[in-house]
Design a protein around this ligand. Structure first.
Ligand code: UDP
Ligand code: MG
Length: 137
């Protein structure tokens, strides 16, 4: 079994799409081992996305991610990291496959409804950024 980290982003929570996204997660067989609703500060968003700090979209991205609450998740299944990225679809919804979360729900390349770890090392940083061991069941 593998664990990955996911976020239902502000644009999706604001539009009351969390339930539909969680249903897709469960239908694909993920175990939800951690889940909470929080609102990031801008500084917390900057720390989470530090790998993108030199990118032109960094400031807008961190403002977006901290503007309203998110739902953070730790998801578990075999091949969880790759399978969650497949279920989300491409970063830019214009390039996302039909039936993916980003194709169906994203507003644009920034407000793209969901986040997923891209590798085991990323998940190993992202999961404990949000969850203590006691919160994962
Ligand atoms: N993003 C953006 N503009 C871009 C690329 C990315 O606003 O040109 C945002 C978008 O919200 C994306 C996040 O930055 O999900 C992180 O980018 P990354 O390349 O890691 O995409 P992801 O792993 O989320 O698909
Ligand atoms: Mg990424």
């Amino acid at each position: 079994m593998e664990r990955t980290f996911a976020i239902i982003k502000p644009d999706a929570v604001e539009r009351k799409l969390a339930g539909q996204i969680l249903a897709r997660i469960e239908e694909k067989g993920f175990n939800i081992v951690g889940m909470k609703k929080i609102q990031l500060t801008k500084k917390q968003a900057e720390g989470f996305y530090y790998v993108h700090s030199a990118r032109p979209f960094f400031n807008d991205l961190c403002a977006f991610m901290s503007r309203s609450p998110v739902i953070v998740l730790c998801l578990e299944k075999e091949n969880a990291i790759a399978d969650w990225r497949t279920l989300m679809g491409a970063t830019n919804p214009a390039n996302a496959e039909p039936g993916t979360i980003r194709k169906d729900f994203a507003v644009n390349i920034e407000e793209n409804s969901s986040h997923g770890s891209d590798a085991p090392e990323t998940a190993a940083f992202e999961i404990p950024y949000f969850f203590s061991a006691l919160e994962l069941v």
